[in-house]
Design a protein around this ligand. Structure first.
Ligand code: PLP
Length: 345
C-alpha cells in the first residue's frame, strides 16, 4: 500500500534526538531556545515560541490577542476541527466562513459578510500549502491569526507566510511540512510571543492567571532543528512530485491544483473530481493507494449549519493524493495510474 502521508526521517534526525537523551536534559531547554531563534529567522519575524501542538499554538494566539468570552472569531468551515476548538477553548464563539473555490482557504468576501459587532479575530489558513493574499483579510479590521500549519516555507510576494499578520502559527505533527512528532509554534512580535511563553508554563508563578503546560521538549526541538535545516529540500521534492503528477494526469477527468510557483509548497496535492469521492477512494485503495478527503468533514456539517455551498462542494469533489518528500517517482506514477483508472468510468 502506498500511504497517504509519511514523515521524512533519517539517521541524522535519530542522532540529534539520541544526543539530547545522552545529555540527560530532555525537557524544555537549550534546544528549544535554538529552535525558536531559527524559526523566527525562517518566518522573518521578531520571535517565536514553540509549544506542544499546532492546536496549542492556535489557542495561545487567540489568548494573546485577548480573545475571550463574548468574542466572535471567524474561522474557515472547510478545515479541520482544531480551528473550531481553539476558539471554544478561549470561551469565544466560532463564526464559520465559507470556502474560496480558488484557494480552498476561506473566502474574504464571505468573511466580510459574517462580521458581527463582536468579531475580535479571524483565523486564516493557507490551505494545503498554498499561500493566500492576506490583504483582503487585513481589511476586515480585526487581527488575523495566520495559520501556516500546512504551508511552512511558502512565499507570497517575496515574503514567507507567517510574516504578515500580527501573529502566525505552525504545526509540526508527523505529516506536516516538518515534524517534531507533535508540536507547534507561535511567531510574531516580541511582546505577543513573550505572553505566549508565559501562558505555556504554569510552574512557580505568583498568580493564578489561567496557564497550562504547553511546552515542547528538547528531544522534539532537536528533531525540529534537523528538519528545519532540510525544509527547502523537502519543499523542492514536494514540488517535483506535484510537477510529475501534473504531467502524468494531463487530460484526466479532474481539476488539478494551481501551479502557483513559490506560493505553493504542496503539503497536499488536491484534485477535484466529478465522480463520487468515496468510490474513487475505495477503487484506489483496491489498487494499493491510500487517497483521502483533504478535510475529514467540514465544520458546518458537524454543527448542523447550512449556508456553506462552496465548502459543501469542495467536500463532495476534493481528493488528496499522496504527496511527500519520500514518495519515489515510480510511486507517483503508480498513484497517477490508479487515480486515472479510478475516475475513468
Ligand atoms: C490548518 C491547520 N491548523 C491547525 C492544525 C492543528 O495542528 P496540530 O495537529 O499540531 O494540533 C492543523 C492540523 O492538521 C491544520 O491542518
Amino acid at each position: 500500500m502506498i500511504p497517504h502521508s509519511r514523515p521524512t526521517l533519517d539517521a541524522d534526525d535519530a542522532e540529534r534526538v539520541a544526543r539530547v537523551i545522552r545529555s540527560g536534559h530532555v525537557a524544555q531547554g537549550a534546544e528549544v531556545d535554538a529552535f525558536e531563534r531559527e524559526l523566527a529567522a525562517r518566518f522573518g519575524v521578531a520571535a517565536a515560541a514553540v509549544v506542544s501542538s499546532g492546536s496549542a499554538a492556535l489557542e495561545l494566539a487567540l489568548r494573546v490577542l485577548d480573545v475571550g468570552p463574548g468574542a466572535d472569531v471567524l474561522v474557515p468551515s472547510y478545515a479541520c476541527d482544531a480551528l473550531h476548538h481553539c476558539v471554544t477553548r478561549c470561551g469565544a464563539a466560532p463564526v464559520l466562513v465559507d470556502a474560496d473555490p480558488t484557494t480552498l482557504s476561506l473566502s474574504a468576501d464571505d468573511a466580510k459578510r459574517r462580521l458581527t459587532g463582536h468579531t475580535r479575530a479571524a483565523v486564516v489558513h493557507h490551505a494545503f500549502g498554498l499561500g493566500v493574499d492576506l490583504d483582503a483579510f487585513a481589511a476586515l479590521g480585526v487581527p488575523v491569526v495566520e495559520d501556516c500549519a500546512q504551508a511552512l516555507g511558502a512565499i507570497v510576494d517575496g515574503r514567507p507566510v507567517g510574516a504578515r499578520g500580527p501573529v502566525a502559527v505552525g504545526s509540526f505533527y508527523a505529516t506536516k511540512m516538518l515534524t517534531t512528532g507533535e508540536g507547534g509554534v507561535l511567531a510574531g512580535p516580541a511582546d505577543l510571543v513573550a505572553r505566549a511563553r508565559d501562558l505555556r508554563d504554569y510552574d512557580e508563578r505568583p498568580d493564578l492567571v489561567p496557564r497550562f503546560n504547553y511546552k515542547m521538549t528538547d528531544m522534539q526541538a532537536a528533531l525540529g532543528r534537523g528538519q528545519l535545516a532540510r525544509l527547502d529540500a523537502f519543499i523542492a521534492r514536494r514540488r517535483a512530485v506535484a510537477a510529475r503528477y501534473r504531467e502524468r494526469l494531463a487530460g484526466a477527468p479532474c481539476r488539478l491544483p494551481p501551479e502557483a510557483g513559490a506560493r505553493h509548497v504542496f503539503h497536499r496535492f488536491v484534485v477535484q473530481v466529478d465522480a463520487p469521492v468515496e468510490a474513487v477512494i475505495a477503487r484506489m485503495a483496491a489498487a494499493g493507494v491510500a487517497a483521502r478527503r483533504p478535510v475529514f468533514r467540514p465544520l458546518h456539517r458537524a454543527l448542523g449549519l447550512s449556508g456553506y455551498p462552496e465548502s459543501e462542494r469542495l467536500w463532495a469533489t476534493c481528493l488528496s493524493l499522496p504527496c511527500y518528500p519520500s514518495l519515489t517517482d515510480p510511486e507517483v506514477d503508480a498513484v497517477a495510474t490508479a487515480f486515472r483508472r479510478a475516475v475513468t468510468p
